[in-house]
Design a protein around this ligand. Structure first.
Ligand code: ADP
Length: 512
């Protein structure tokens, strides 16, 4: 069945038509042949019986006269049977069953045993045997045994079968020719359609339509195909439109991003000079105040005025100045942070395969002193390579190691471990520490800009993880944290280990 399923439609149709015709021809001819052979045999039986009747008619009188007439009966019998070439032997027996007269075509020595025989007609060996009683005027005087040869019948059947075989072969050949011609009516349009679909899948040209006259199933198939193609073409158009729109939006987004980074850069950069002025003049003011305070020491100023002015100069103005200076330096830190972040966005990247074992060795060396100072250990296992900008990836790991050291628990020796594995085109690194950990509710927020959990306990700008996040975004990577407060944290960094066409493409767009 599998072989048949894999045949072409053309071969299938030919095979089906041939099979049906061969079956019909064979069945029809088998019925006709069986019927005809039966008729041939019946003809032989009929002829033999007719002969038997003639013998009965011509010989019964002689038989009724007894033995003395046996010679005449035999002569009559021989005359009659010689005229019938199908008869091989003929024997007449008297009423006791003794031989009375006989005919033997080829002088053979056939001697049937007719004692105890009932009347019969049967085919046996290559002969038809007929045995029947002979009556004269209602009284039985003996019996007749005739044997006809079936060789003529066999010959006739053989010839008949040969003719039939020739006719059947001819008919099968004719069916094949017809099947070959007629299958085209069904297979041609289907093959044409298959050809068109093949072409479409190669050229992806959905504007192709097929032409078919007629409203049969194949006509409807063609119509359905055309409708389907129209729908595909429509969807293609919509998809192209959506893709163009997406591309336009992406460009717009990249443009806006660039503008935003420019604004951040300009504002943070330009705001710094007035800030520096505020800081400078506040210091100047502080200095002038100290001078003024010196003048107050003079005896020329009356004591009551001295007291009032002293309060203003020594307490009120310095307090305000202190607030101005603290706010200015806070603003300074924020502007520096923003500037740093906008620089990350403007960095140019050179993507390459990075040997992370070498890069982490550099990071280890950079932090060697800090690790020793913190009384901690830094373990680095064999790391898989990744694809990225070496300087930026270095910054990612430096920030994370820096944090791991910064947020170690004071009550136990610090342990920091860096490990990694490769998984589905990605290298995944883990920076694990046994530090103070991060409570679940803060774990998302720590990646937000300027977000710090314990601002008074450690120094920092709340920018390290934001920068890490931004760099990884540019690399088509990501970062996430698993942590338990009081126990430690695991920062997972995922970076592609194959060249990500998409990321470098967007990267270039962002840079332009
Ligand atoms: P910064 O360290 O300058 O505060 P980051 O963006 O690097 O800024 O970190 C944000 C906050 O996340 C930190 O203030 C700290 O509360 C928390 N944090 C980061 N790394 C760790 C760590 N390894 N263990 C515990 N807390 C951490």
């Amino acid at each position: 069945m599998k072989f048949f399923r894999n045949l072409s439609i053309k071969s299938k149709l030919i095979a089906i038509v041939l099979l049906v015709s061969v079956l019909a021809i064979f069945t029809g001819f088998t019925i006709v042949i069986i019927k005809d052979i039966k008729i041939f045999r019946e003809d032989l039986v009929h002829a033999t019986r007719m002969t038997a009747r003639a013998v009965d008619e011509f010989c019964s009188t002689g038989l009724s006269f007894g033995k003395d007439f046996s010679t005449q009966v035999e002569t009559e019998l021989n005359r009659l049977l010689k005229a019938m070439p199908i008869i091989e032997d003929g024997y007449i027996y008297d009423e006791k069953g003794d031989f009375f007269a006989g005919y033997n075509k080829n002088n053979g020595n056939f001697s049937p045993d007719i004692k105890n025989l009932e009347e019969f007609t049967r085919f046996e060996g290559n002969f038809l045997h007929v045995y029947q009683p002979i009556f004269y005027e209602g009284k039985k005087y003996g019996s007749l045994y005739l044997r006809s040869s079936t060789s003529t019948l066999d010959q006739k059947i053989r010839e008949y079968l040969t003719t039939m075989a020739i006719i059947v072969t001819g008919l099968i050949f004719l069916s094949y020719i017809l099947a070959l011609k007629l299958q085209g009516v069904i297979s041609k349009p289907i093959l044409e359609l298959a050809g068109v679909t093949g072409d479409i899948s190669i050229r992806t040209d959905y504007s192709v339509r097929v032409q078919r006259e007629g409203s049969d199933e194949i006509g409807r198939l063609y119509e359905g195909f055309n409708v389907m193609m129209e729908q595909i073409q429509l969807r293609e158009k919509e998809r192209d439109k959506a893709e163009a729109e997406r591309e336009r939006l992406f460009e717009e987004l990249a443009e806006k991003n660039k503008e935003l980074e420019q604004v951040i850069y300009v504002t943070s950069h330009d705001l710094r000079s007035p800030l520096v002025n505020i800081q400078g003049f506040s210091k100047e003011l502080k200095f002038s105040l100290e001078e003024l305070a010196g003048f107050l020491e003079s005896d020329k100023i009356p004591d009551n005025i001295k007291e009032d002015v002293f309060l203003i100069i020594k307490e009120d103005i310095p307090d305000s100045l202190k607030y101005i200076l603290t706010s200015a330096s806070k603003m300074d830190a924020l502007l520096t942070g923003l500037l740093k972040l906008s620089r990350v966005g403007r960095m140019t990247s050179t993507f390459q395969k990075i040997d992370m074992n070498r890069l982490m060795n550099e990071v280890r060396q950079a932090f060697e002193f800090h690790v020793k100072e913190a009384g901690a250990t830094l373990e680095i296992t064999e790391l898989p390579y990744c694809f990225g900008d070496e300087m930026q990836v270095n910054q990612v790991f430096s920030n994370l190691v820096n944090n791991a050291l910064k947020y170690l628990a004071p009550d136990r020796p610090g342990k920091i471990k860096i490990s990694g594995k490769s998984e589905d085109n990605m290298a995944i690194y883990c920076i694990e520490d046994n530090g103070i950990g991060i409570a679940k509710e803060h774990q998302k927020k720590i990646f937000e800009i300027f977000h710090r959990l314990n601002p008074d306990q450690t120094k920092g700008e709340g920018l390290g993880l934001t920068i890490v996040n931004k760099i990884l975004g540019r690399h088509g990577g990501q970062i996430w944290v698993e942590s338990e407060a009081g126990k430690g944290s695991k920062f997972f960094v995922q970076i592609p280990n194959t060249i990500m066409l998409g990321s470098s493409y967007h990267e270039k767009k962002a840079e332009n």
